[in-house]
Design a protein around this ligand. Structure first.
Ligand code: GDP
Length: 345
């Protein structure tokens, strides 16, 4: 039985990692939580009675707190999923992104080096590190060319992880995770924003009520979306190799925001069609001509990553990692969940 510390435990990836480890291994999971006056424990409520699960106060931006937790707990694995993960607000909060997504990694690496040198360390890397891409699909050899303060911070973290791994012979890695979504995804991300709004609009249509439109920014960007449940397994496989090696995890497909909108409305039984172009583009219900979605320029970004398309063949071959859920399954799952939630709400 080993001890795994997971930061960001209340978030999508942290809570799914805990679910995975508690069901697939006999390890003990300690979830690091930041003290908040209003608790956000929805994703981990179901774990609170599990004897192999506990919480500890951990603020990744406090180097002394991080050091004392690692010294006291002496974990076998440390998985850092605590991050400011929203690219869209990284232009407004660049310092926060640098501190939470890069400096925090340095604090963890230093504390592990001093107090738990055999602890295996994983930091969440991102396809946003590839940014202004040079070729497609992107694999492990693609250069780091970030386009956002978020991407720049993740690249800094990657360099730190590599330097600590090579300087101190630590098992420290940072995989490149392409976009990964699901029913625990934050509602500011485009997929969950679409599925929650589709559920709200469907409810209004069914009840013959008026509704606010779904408002989006750039519909043309292309993303490689996977189910986050598949990714936590990939991360665990990455952490349990003989040698510390880093891989891309991705679906190996790419889809536009426009396509996600179409599939999400279709999953709710609403047939739609596109009208207009540019800022005047709209998605309307076929049957009634009712407008469902419009463009709002405020959701455009100062610099955009137009295309993300991963090549995870190396992870599939060398780790034996096989994602189980398709893109269509993912959209269906998210929409039906949000429809169910909107009925309850
Ligand atoms: P990211 O790939 O990590 O930035 O994930 P997001 O889900 O935040 O954004 C994916 C893409 O959707 C980006 O290219 C955004 O510009 C685009 N997008 C278009 N409209 C929206 C919107 O209303 N919200 C968000 N978050 N993204 C949008």
């Amino acid at each position: 039985m080993k001890k795994v510390i997971i930061t960001g435990i209340t978030g999508q990836d942290g809570s799914l990692m805990a679910d995975y480890l508690l069901s697939q291994t006999d390890h003990v999971v300690v979830g690091g939580v930041r003290r908040l006056s209003v608790k956000n424990h929805k994703n981990i409520e179901h774990l609170m009675k599990n004897p192999r699960f506990s919480l500890i106060d951990l603020d990744v931006t406090d180097s002394q707190n991080v050091a004392s937790v690692i010294q006291k707990e002496c974990p076998d694995y440390f998985i850092n999923f605590a991050a400011n993960s929203f690219v869209g607000n990284s232009w407004e909060m660049p310092v926060n992104h640098m501190i939470t997504n890069a400096m925090a990694v340095l604090y963890q690496l230093e504390a592990i080096r001093k107090y738990a040198p055999s602890c295996r360390y994983y930091n969440a890397g991102s396809s946003e590190e590839f940014g202004n891409i040079m070729y497609s699909p992107q694999d492990e050899k693609h250069p780091l060319r970030p386009r956002s303060p978020y991407g720049a911070a993740k690249c800094s973290a990657r360099h730190l992880v590599k330097v600590w791994r090579e300087s101190y012979n630590m098992y420290a890695i940072q995989g490149w995770l392409f976009n990964h979504e699901g029913i625990r995804r934050g509602e500011e991300f485009v997929t969950r924003k679409i599925t929650t709004n589709v559920a709200r609009i469907k409810k209004a249509i069914d009840n013959e009520e008026a509704f606010d439109l779904l408002e989006l920014g750039n519909l043309d960007s292309l993303r490689d979306w996977s189910d986050s449940e598949d990714f936590v397994e990939g991360v665990w496989l990455m952490l349990n190799q003989e040698e510390p090696k880093e891989y891309v995890l991705s679906s190996n497909e790419t889809h536009s925001i426009r396509e996600f909108v179409e599939l999400a409305f279709a999953a709710a039984g609403i047939d739609g069609e596109w009208h207009g172009s540019g800022l005047d583009e709209e998605y309307r219900q076929k049957e009634t001509g009712r407008v469902l979605m419009v463009i709002n320029p405020k959701f455009y970004r100062p610099a955009e990553v137009e295309l993300l398309w991963g090549d995870s063949n190396k992870a599939r071959q060398e780790l034996g990692w096989t994602p189980k859920n398709s893109f269509q399954n993912l959209v269906d799952k998210m929409v039906s969940w949000d429809i169910m939630e909107s009925k309850d709400g």
